[in-house]
Design a protein around this ligand. Sequence first.
Ligand SMILES: *Cc1c(COP(=O)(O)O)cnc(C)c1O
Ligand SMILES: [Zn+2]
Length: 404
Amino acid sequence: MLNRGAYTKTNSGVLTGSLITHLECPNCGRHYSADILRTVCEDAHCLSSLFARYDLSNGLPKDILTSRPATMWRYKEVLPVIHQENIITVGEGFTPILPLTNLKHWAGDDEVLWKDESGNPTGSFKARGIGAAVSKAKELGIDTIVTPTAGNAGGALAAYAARAGIKAIVYIPKLTPKVFKDECHLYGAQLVEVDGNISDCGRLANEQAIANGWFQVSTLKEPYRLEGKKTMGYEIAEQLNWQLPDVILYPTGGGTGLIGLWKAFDEMEQLGWIGSHRPRMVAVQSESCNGIVQAFNAGEASSQFVDGGFTIANGLRVPKPYADKLILKVLRKSNGTALSIPDAMMSEALKEIARYEGMLIAPEGAALWQAFKHLKAHRWIKPHERILLLNTGSGYKYLENINI
Ligand SMILES: *Cc1c(COP(=O)(O)O)cnc(C)c1O
Ligand SMILES: [Zn+2]
């Protein structure tokens, strides 16, 4: 495992107040220091993703938030960066929660809300995770970061690395729409186009990272992207006056958002910010890449490799999520479910939400609208529930593949 760069820099001394204590393996329970870079659990039989842990035992008063900036760093006590000057921010987070308007009749007695991540820097919620990971990498003195990407993670890494003065290398499938490649170039990243899918990119990125000593920020193979994405959970609670919704629908690729939301809920309960009520968590996948849905329905603890080829929702083309076991655990623990949506229905939903709600959302987010209608029609969603749909990105980057 990578072991370089432990506090070699001098810092100006302004502290964030981060309560981070260590990293922990959620599978085997091993503890690791958070002062050096880590990837996954070092036990060769485990290899689980690692979680950052904080000292939450004294709680925190909610009113510390009142005068904080409207970015994800308002939750800095539960984020991993220790020195203020290492925070790399371009305004990620604190995205709006918007009720349905002209499509409200679909909701019946339910309240349906969108949390709209499309306004994040680089147009997706990847800004949160990558923003946290790049900031922590800067704190640990890293000079080169590499990631495989289906599109949005690469753009986010390129942007945050540019701002941090760190070199970014991005492995991207050749078939990814041009705009995702263009933004990487504009932000000054080195782009490697791969004849294959994101798993192929992941394999290559991993080989090169090991060979060259680069830091790899592949989904859930390092602990800090999860920390950025969990801030969505803190925001949902804060913005809904500390009452979590009954159901959350999440477009699941590698699962960082889903696992992150769940982690945030546990932390907030420990902090005394919320009670024990938890939303039922729904993983929505693309029909062509639905390994989690299949595993969930079969009662399996882990998923198989499933890749049915191209989908317009490139963020969902993850044939076998590294953290599949953690995703399935959250779905079951929350009494949630999983379902998949074909591309044609995503396109249709994207247009419907644009035409009637004035939001141009990503196909990944659009899949949730179809999933909601399905769960409502089958009475899995009950009357008088509050449902939150997490639109993960902007539709503007996908228009090349939408038949207008
Ligand atoms: C990456 C991505 C997803 C999937 O996120 P995971 O954390 O990998 O589950 C969903 N939607 C969009 C727009 C994405 O870019
Ligand atoms: Zn372990």
